[in-house]
Design a protein around this ligand. Sequence first.
Ligand code: ZN
Length: 214
Amino acid sequence: MVPILIKIKLMSTAMAGWTAAASPAPMPSEMIATVLTTEVAAPVAVTLFDENDHQQGTIAIWRDGSTDDATKKLVKRLFRCRTTHREKLMAQKTLAMLADIQEHYAGKTIEYVSAYRVGRGESSTSPHRDGRALDFRIRGVQLREIRDYLWRTYADVGVGWYPSEQFVHIDTRPGLHDTAWTFLHGINHYHPYWAELARQPQVAAVSHEHRAGS
Ligand SMILES: [Zn+2]
């Protein structure tokens, strides 16, 4: 068990290394390599870039979306409402997806645009208001590729494609129907063509072994 403890300690050190993008001090690559060698025994090192503050850093999230208390505090602050400055811990299922997304796109930086939102303009039913949603892109990965991966991999989710704004929206919605949409010209267009394509049986068969939770 000792190596695991050491790795968690390393992760904590990395968390403290959350710094301005001008002087990036994220995880050294050899540290990431160490973490990756113990895939299941260590949390996922999720590298985030905050599009609002232009800051970058790495946080440790377990595959089930759980984190330690220090990381919870940090997650609350990073994903806070930018209008009201209020904080809410992101839903564990959404954090689990974030960990999975990072594992799938290993070594990539997840650039997030928006998370928790409780401003006056936010709909009462918005998953952002509930801390279940994240708007993001991944540096060096086509938005379409991320969109399709999310839609064919997860259930009980909302996946929105925002080609003009250059981000994808993901939310967890336990007990509700999966919903996909394209946001164009100020309107959500539901049942988009890409959603049907991404979940076609032959595509699903190829990606089956990558399904979350299996
Ligand atoms: Zn959103």
